[in-house]
Every structure is written in structure tokens, then in C-alpha cells.
Ligand binder design. Sequence first.
Ligand code: AVJ
Length: 328
Amino acid sequence: HQRWMFAGVRLAADGALIEETGAHDAFRQDMIDGLSRRVKALPPKWFYDAEGSRLFEEITRLPEYYPTRQEAALLRRVAPKWAGRFGPDAVLVELGSGASEKTRIVLDAARDLAAYVPIDISASALNEAAERICADYPGLKVLPVVGDFEHLSPPPREAGQGRRIGFFPGSTIGNLMPEAAIALLRSAREVLGEGSLFILGVDLVKSPEVLVAAYDDAQGVTAAFNRNLLVRANRDLGMDFEPEAFDHVALWNPEHSRMEMHLKATRPMTVRLGKLAFRFNAGETVHTESSRKFDEASVKVLAQAAGWGLEAFEVGPDPAVGLALLVA
Ligand code: AVJ
């Protein structure tokens, strides 16, 4: 089968995609900016190196982490219905494709897709997923793009002229601040074009006990995922964090309708990045992720603010997640 690569990507000797050019510098700059703030914070996209992507896949199989399972079940129910609207030679563009496991539900429901464009920040996860999809769906053009879905470019020409179907499952949109989420959906509408569809997965507001358990599991996998950001900073940026000196904190923020993850310094310390030094007081936190929780009304507001219409909204069984079908 055919695969295409894109500019801005480094290649290994075997032709595998390695990483987005400039990712290292961007990580370094985000680290400096984030640790210089009065309230320290880092963007969650840096969780997803090879180990972070592996840990996230492990999270999706935890008993407490319901969103992946619940969304897959709901997608199995609605995909056949929604795929009926794709039309001939449609192109599925997935934002933050990771292991591309849920993609299979859509690919199975829409056997006449022309191309699949998975976009992911983790080159290792993207390569492995693209190889597996290539092997299992002969005849489907797989056009992987290593990169940050906040900087979308139009699908490659090889994808053809069929209707564009955006696919953004997993409530990853919840990681973005409201303005950034609107900006992303607006740019997706521009890039995918008139007449396109967009399948958006969102986690729904529910009892704080269920939410907190999902982000603070008994086995400590989510804690390891959170701390891996520091492990990665040590390896990629030569920093000297002591990951074990930080506690994993997961809390529900009702004012902003979001789960938050933080890393909390258990004692005073100084962390270095080259010649720079960052001071932590005992108990000081780094805010590493916000995961917004929605309802139908807040999804509608978000979609419409970005120029999309909310065509359908489906809610699964408890603990419930939602799937929205947007039309350009
Ligand atoms: C991949 C962004 C959807 O926010 O639930 C899982 C990441 N963080 N456990 C989420 C995550 C902690 C996840 N998303």
C-alpha cells in the first residue's frame, strides 16, 4: 500500500516518521514560559512521547477510566447511521489519532472511504497505528501527518476530492481552553471545507466522585502518566526534576466544569534547565492538564461559535459520554 510523508517531519533510516521539526525547541520554550508563571503550568500535549502514549493506552484500559470504553460503545451504535451521510470517496481526518483504535469503528461502518489522514504529535504512536491500519484496510490510502492538531493544514492532494470528515474523539477537545477549542474548530472548518462533517467526542459532566476516580486510579497509572512529563523533560531538555518528589493531584473544578491534574512539590526545590533555575516552594503545583466536561448545550455553543451547526448529539449509558455530529 501507499503511504505519504510530509514536510516538517524527520525520517529514520527505515523511513519511519520521527518527529515534527522544531518540537524540541517548542517544548523547551513552553517549559520556560510555564515555569516562569506565577501559577506554574505546562501544556498537556507534551505528555505524549512514546512512553506517555503507551501510558495513556494503559489508562484507557483501567476500570476507573470509563471515557474510552463508553465512547467506543456509543460510536458502534451511531457510526453506521452517520457513515450513511459521508458520500463517495470521503476522507477521514483524525485529530490526535494515537493508536487509531476507535477509528476502526468508523472505517468498518464506512467501507468506501478513499483516504484516512491520522494526525498525531507522537511519531512512534502514529507510525505503529498507520502500519496496522494499512495492513488491515487494503485499498485505503493512509496519509499520516506528525504534528500538533492546533496547526492544521489541508489534507494532501492524494486524498482526493471527496467530502472531508473530521474525527476528534476521546474528549481531547476538553484539554483546550474554551477560546483555543473554538479556534481549533474554526480552523478545522476552514481546512476541511464547505459541506464537511465533523464527529466530536466529549466527556459529560457527572458526579465528582466518578470523575476524580477516572483521573486518580488505584494502580497509579495516571500518576505515572502525569509524572512522565518530568521524566521527559529530564531526558529531552537535560533538566533535573525528581519526579518522585512530586505528588499527583486530580481535582474537579466546578467553576470551569473541568477536571484538573497538577504535580505538587512535596518539599522546596530548585530545578534547572541549562543556566536557568526555577524555584518551587513546598506544596507548590504545576498545572499539567485541564479536561473540560460538557453537556449538549455547551457543545452547541462551542460548535456554533466556530461556525459549525450541531446536526446530532447522542448520549451513551452511564457513565455517559457524548458524540456530536457537526456540519459545515
Ligand atoms: C486524551 C485528553 C482525552 O483528558 O481524559 C487521561 C487524557 N488525562 N487521564 C483526558 C488523560 C488523564 C485524556 N484525553
